[in-house]
Design a binder for this molecule. Structure first.
Ligand code: GLA
Length: 415
């Protein structure tokens, strides 16, 4: 009896986990599916994945040595302890397929299994990149027609994360097989992602599946149902405020699609890249945390300035991103060129981010905070997460921010 009781409790717990991890529109799994999922639980990405990805800084210059150096840096800087555990190789690692169809890495990656072992030996996980098309965006070998073979190979190497990037699938498959038929193209594309998702599951290894198809066809509506753990919501990020702000703006309204196991992905971090200034780096990181976005550093970890390091290592801000409730933040209101974002956190806490999005410090001056619009009443005691100091917010309080800067406050007991 006791065994039966705990078994049914386990089934109940799993059924409710399944329900939580699906979007409202996704179909509920029938009872036999629940049993199948018990055999193969994919408990990956319960909070947004954190780590490093090679693309934003190294692009095609990524190699075995650089990936090992990134892994070493994650450990020595304390980033690993702060939660950055995935070391993700992006495009340009692929060589040629042999007569049996086995894809070999190119000369930059002499031994992928040895590299994965090295990364794992540091207590980290390793990610890789491919495309459902014949070629990747960089023109390297994709997985079309070799999905199961590639998935098995990733698992044999010990890969923990796959970014699957649409790229040449558009021209080589969608436009050829269904010219001018958008509905059919969408069906074919979803089937291609589903195919790789099933191939990864069949390996029995928990592998995070990251969809990269630039946010087309309301990917947030269908990605979780085919096993996607995160999906890009836009085209590529660049290390410029205008691009970063444009991406931020495109996240408003997507909040209901994110939750444990399935996240909106506004792209990898540019903190420390290009000419982003201190305020812009800070605001970029803040908004990614408010958005429950994956935190994949995209800079050269071997050459971080103290400012960049302190942004990426701000544990209070990381805790907002990684909040176990997994509720993505919302744009509560904007006033001129100041936006106020809020995020519900576990235990009834909230985070409030006030962002000067405009180019001029005086564009919205003075800005007065409207607490009522945030559902808050009276004085609020919180912590300013960038100074680390206590702060009190009052209604109609004037707040002065430099252009592109942010005030991020955590309020544990909002009133
Ligand atoms: C696309 C993706 C980028 C990166 C490159 C690699 O542009 O969106 O994130 O992976 O391909 O070629």
């Amino acid at each position: 009896m006791r065994i039966l009781a705990s078994l049914s409790l386990a089934v109940l717990a799993l059924a409710s986990f399944t329900a939580i991890s699906q979007t409202p529109s996704a179909p509920q799994a029938p009872p036999h599916m629940v049993t199948m999922q018990m055999a193969l639980p994919q408990m990956v990405a319960q909070t947004p994945p954190m780590g490093w990805n090679s693309w934003n800084y190294f692009a095609s210059k990524v190699d075995d040595k650089g990936v090992r150096a990134a892994a070493d840096q994650l450990v020595s800087t304390g980033m690993k302890d702060a939660g950055y555990i995935y070391v993700n190789i992006d495009d340009t690692w692929q060589g040629e397929r042999d007569a049996s169809g086995v894809l070999h890495p190119n000369a930059k990656f002499p031994d992928m299994k040895a590299l994965a072992d090295y990364v794992h030996s540091k207590g980290l996980k390793i990610g890789i990149y491919s495309s459902p098309g014949p070629k990747t965006c960089g023109g390297y070998e994709g997985s079309l027609g070799h999905e199961e073979q590639d998935a098995q190979m990733y698992a044999a190497w010990g890969i923990d994360y796959l970014k699957y990037d649409l790229c040449s699938f558009i021209g080589a498959v969608l436009e050829k097989q269904a010219p001018n038929d958008h509905a059919e193209q969408m069906r074919i594309m979803i089937a291609a992602y589903d195919k790789m998702s099933k191939a990864l599951k069949a390996t029995g290894r928990p592998i995070v599946l990251s969809l990269c198809q630039y946010g087309w066809d309301a990917v947030w509506e269908w990605a979780p149902s085919i096993g996607g753990n995160l999906w890009r919501t836009t085209g590529d990020i660049t290390p410029e405020w205008d691009r970063i702000y444009s991406i931020i703006s495109q996240q408003a309204g997507l909040e209901s699609y994110a939750g444990p196991g399935h996240w909106n992905d506004p792209d990898m971090l540019e903190v420390g890249n290009g000419r982003l200034n201190l305020a812009e780096n800070r605001t970029h990181f803040t908004l990614w945390a408010m958005l429950a976005a994956p935190l994949l550093a995209g800079n050269d970890l071997t050459a971080m300035t103290p400012n960049v390091k302190s942004i990426l290592l701000n544990r209070d801000v990381i805790a907002i991103d990684q909040d176990p409730l997994g509720r993505q933040g919302v744009r509560a209101y904007s006033d001129g060129e100041v936006e106020v974002w809020t995020r519900q956190l576990q235990g009834g806490a909230i985070a409030v981010a006030i962002v000067a999005v405009g180019d001029s410090r005086y564009s919205t001056h003075p800005f007065h905070l409207n607490l009522v619009k945030l559902g808050l009443h009276g004085q609020q005691s919180g912590k300013d997460l960038w100074t680390g100091k206590p702060i009190t917010l009052t209604d109609r309080q004037p707040i002065e921010l430099e252009s592109h800067d942010v005030l991020l406050v955590r309020i544990d007991t909002p009133r």
